[in-house]
Design a protein around this ligand. Structure first.
Ligand code: GLA
Length: 386
């Protein structure tokens, strides 16, 4: 059994004197390409990863939710009769999910549980979305309503947008809900249509955590969103997804230089994402790698959401003979990058990049291969020993 799951179940046992009834898992994600496209109604190509949020739980007779977090070494408790905001940040996620589900008419029952997460927080691997999906999955089991993956992803996004107050797009919640083993998922963020895309053989996806975390992400993220909306308005389209390369070329001069660069990133990134999915489907890892390199350049120079650490680790990766391509992943401004590496060279790649990055930044990065995993799930713990 996964170590974090084991730890969560053991802690539940210690706290409540018996084993939990269920164990829920909702994964984080790494986005292979399609960055800052989701809130432009565009395309993304993420995969769910092994790292996840776990909740061990049992139902309660009262309409109270009580959750102990092993990561925060703290408990939160709220009544489903009236949910109120407070200052304890992590507890706003379960409260926001409960509030949103109730607002959509779901008859929620109370539960108590223990949670733990092995996704590094604030690293661009969607620990928040995975927490939201895990909570939603717990509510669906305890309250007995059907688990509709897509709908749950959208309600969790709504919880994050409206209750937590972060204006994220749909990518993180959607992939945490619909992830598939061994596959990345191409998602159309306008209508949520998606298709599973197998990873090419002979290569592995490697996550490279720069160990930098940046504060001001939200304000810069919101500013980028606004700039994209402004560009769409000037182009006369609903969202930048509707602007193709020709529209961009014909109308780019209508935009001021900054908005023009932002629009250029989104328009070209949508193309790259579709082309990467097609290349993956024909097993063409070389093209995937090239497109990832182009994506990083575009995020660095046109969308301007990288930082020195991301640029350094990506440059080191790109110059390694075992690497087909590399780019930042997630919102940017720090956190993780992702590389496509020949399977036989993953070990030497990891060693070389750790050394190169240490030399240039005085920080020790964390590199590990990522497996594409399935989306949020729940298991009964009936088969576990008492
Ligand atoms: C964050 C957001 C996503 C997406 C990415 C950038 O992870 O939560 O919705 O916008 O940034 O691609």
């Amino acid at each position: 059994m996964n170590q974090t799951a084991r730890k969560t179940i053991d802690a539940f046992h210690q706290r409540f004197g018996e084993k939990p009834v269920w164990i829920v898992r909702a994964p984080g994600r790494v986005n292979l390409i399609g960055e800052h496209t989701d809130y432009n109604d565009g395309y993304v190509l993420p995969m769910a990863i092994d790292q996840a949020t776990w909740i061990a739980l049992r139902p309660r007779t009262s309409r109270q939710v009580q959750l102990y977090s092993l990561d925060h070494v703290a408990a939160c408790s709220f009544s489903l009769e009236s949910i109120e905001r407070d200052r304890m940040h992590w507890s706003e996620y379960p409260k926001g999910v409960a509030h949103t589900l109730l607002a959509h008419g779901y008859p929620l029952s109370g539960w108590e549980g223990v949670t733990a997460c092995d996704i590094p927080m604030g690293a661009g691997l969607s620990s928040s979305a995975s927490f939201e999906l895990a909570v939603a999955r717990a509510f669906s089991a305890v309250s007995g309503f059907a688990w509709d993956k897509q709908l749950m992803a959208r309600l969790c996004q709504q919880a994050e947008n409206q209750w937590v107050g972060v204006k994220c797009g749909i990518m993180d919640q959607m992939i945490s809900a619909i992830g598939e083993e061994g596959k990345a998922i191409l998602i159309d963020c306008r209508d949520y249509a998606h298709r599973a895309v197998p990873l090419p053989t002979g290569v592995m996806v490697v996550i490279m955590d720069t160990m930098t975390r940046r504060g001001l992400v939200e304000s810069v993220y919101n500013e980028r969103r606004q700039q994209c909306q402004e560009a769409a308005k000037i182009f006369g389209v609903k969202a930048l997804r509707d602007a193709d390369l020709d529209t961009y070329k014909q109308q780019a001069t209508l935009l001021n230089p900054i908005t023009r660069r932002r629009a250029k990133h989104v328009v070209t990134e949508n193309h790259r994402t579709l082309n990467t999915a097609a290349a993956m489907e024909r097993g063409d890892a070389t093209t995937c790698g090239r497109l990832m390199n182009e994506s990083h350049k575009s995020l660095r120079d046109d969308f301007e959401v990288t930082n020195d650490a991301l640029n350094a680790i990506v440059a080191a990766a790109q110059s390694h003979p075992g690497c087909l391509g590399a780019r930042m992943t997630g919102a940017g401004f720090g956190g993780c990058a992702v590389a496509l590496v020949e399977t036989s060279k993953v070990e030497s790649f990891s060693q070389d990049i750790v050394e190169a990055y240490q030399r240039s930044s005085q920080l020790t990065p964390n590199l590990y291969p990522a497996n594409a995993s399935k989306g949020a799930s729940i298991e009964s713990t009936i088969s576990l020993p008492p």
